[in-house]
Design a protein. Structure first.
Length: 408
């Protein structure tokens, strides 16, 4: 029997081998990979349960007791800042009989399960258990909310369902070749947030995010007008197989406003970057955490799949902290400039959202077949190959960017 996990069902080794050829000779992924529930399950198990996922910004839970809840790839979680000021992530599942203990967002001193009143501290420990005195061999300390590995990276809250995962910084260590720290994301604050429930497979959206081929067609009046397709550079000389990719729009000084003009204080260190790294980096840490950096702002993308053909897209616009504070205070000049950024983002997002749903509708055809890549789709190819090696071919498992750890 062939070694490909999925080959007995939907996808053959030959189809995956065709994808593994050099990009300009390769075929795209088999179309079943974009809708099959079985393939999606393999991706959840082998990718989403082992790689770092971003759930938002530390500023989303600024004070002790601030919390938010979400379903992260089917798992209910609570993100909370505990009494010591640490951001923690718990499974939102009561250890009594499994009820969710919190809903929505808010501020809490404790979490009390609505079903039978078990009470948990912000750090997850079980504190109160009504009428359990007679229950034998029961110790509260054995029943905390299940902790989920979490850490902060440049102000982002990163989560990993694999308790043994290496730190996120290791997953993206080579990405630092691009000097991303010079964009000072840890000092930026989110001024605008958007959320969409999109009817397409998560990979469709990642591919769209990291290829510039569609720019003249999908964004003729937005991206193409300011950062045209021909100015984007990929870096195929980098080692392959890492769980992230980056391309750079070589337009020094460009920003996310509708004219491309930077209207807020420019981060000075960005001028120290080598010329080929200056401009607008668009990067994606797989499976679904992407950022577009500009000299005075950043735009982050969080992709949270909810099924084989659906995902929640959470997007945030970040500006320098002082600008964000002036905006919050209603400074009229800053507000007018912020709106130029905030107007531009949903305009080009709507263009991507529409075309990726159209693509999904086509991929869903039982008669759809594998396509091809051009020179502007090198990162879509390397991303697809990473998915194949990580989720579809057990022999190719390679967690956390080639440091030799295998999935257990
Ligand atoms: S399920 Fe939570 S207290 Fe019973
Ligand atoms: Fe796009």
């Amino acid at each position: 029997m062939s070694p490909t996990m999925l080959s007995t069902h939907l996808v053959s080794d030959e189809q995956l081998d065709a994808q593994a050829r050099p990009p300009l000779e390769a075929a795209t992924l088999p179309t079943e990979c974009y809708w099959s529930p079985e393939i999606y399950r393999a991706e959840v198990e082998r990718i989403f349960h082992h790689y770092w996922l971003c759930v938002g910004r530390a500023e989303d839970v600024p004070q002790p007791g601030d919390y938010l809840t979400m379903d992260l790839v089917g798992e209910p979680i609570i993100v909370v800042r505990d009494g010591d000021g640490e951001v923690r992530v718990h499974l939102n599942v009561c250890r009594h009989r499994g009820c969710k203990v919190a809903e929505g967002n808010g501020k809490a001193k404790t979490f009390r399960c609505p079903y039978h009143g078990w009470m948990y501290g912000l750090n997850g420990e079980l504190r109160g258990v009504p009428d359990f005195k007679e229950t034998r061999n029961f110790k509260k300390r054995d029943y905390p909310l299940a902790p989920i590995k979490a850490e902060l990276w440049d102000g982002f809250i990163m989560v990993n369902f694999d308790a043994d995962a290496a730190p996120f910084a290791e997953q993206v260590s080579n990405m630092q070749l691009f000097g991303l720290e010079k964009y000072r994301m840890s000092e930026q604050l989110t001024t605008h947030r958007w959320e969409w429930d999109l009817g397409c497979n998560w990979k469709v959206y990642v591919e769209n995010y990291i290829e510039e081929y569609h720019v003249p067609w999908v964004h003729p009046e937005t991206f193409q007008a300011v950062t045209p397709m021909k100015g984007w550079r990929e870096f195929p000389e980098l080692p392959q197989g890492q769980p992230w990719d980056v391309m750079i729009g070589q337009f020094p000084g460009v920003s996310l406003s509708d004219t491309g003009e930077a209207m807020f204080p420019v981060t000075p260190e960005t001028a120290e970057l080598p010329p080929e790294h200056q401009g607008m980096p668009i990067w994606m840490s797989y499976p679904g955490f992407g950022v577009i950096n500009a000299v005075d702002s950043s735009l982050y993308y969080l992709l949270h799949p909810t099924g084989p053909e659906r995902f929640t897209l959470r997007v945030g616009l970040m500006l320098p902290a002082e600008t964000a504070r002036a905006y919050a205070d209603g400074d009229p000049e800053v507000t007018a400039a912020c709106e130029q950024y905030a107007r531009n983002v949903p305009t080009f997002m709507a263009e991507d959202n529409q075309v990726t749903e159209l693509q999904q509708a086509g991929l869903r055809s039982r008669f759809a077949t594998q396509g091809r890549y051009c020179k502007h789709e090198g990162l879509a190819w390397s991303f697809n190959k990473w998915v194949v090696d990580t989720a579809y071919r057990p022999s190719g498992l390679n967690v956390n960017g080639g440091n030799g750890r295998a999935l257990r």
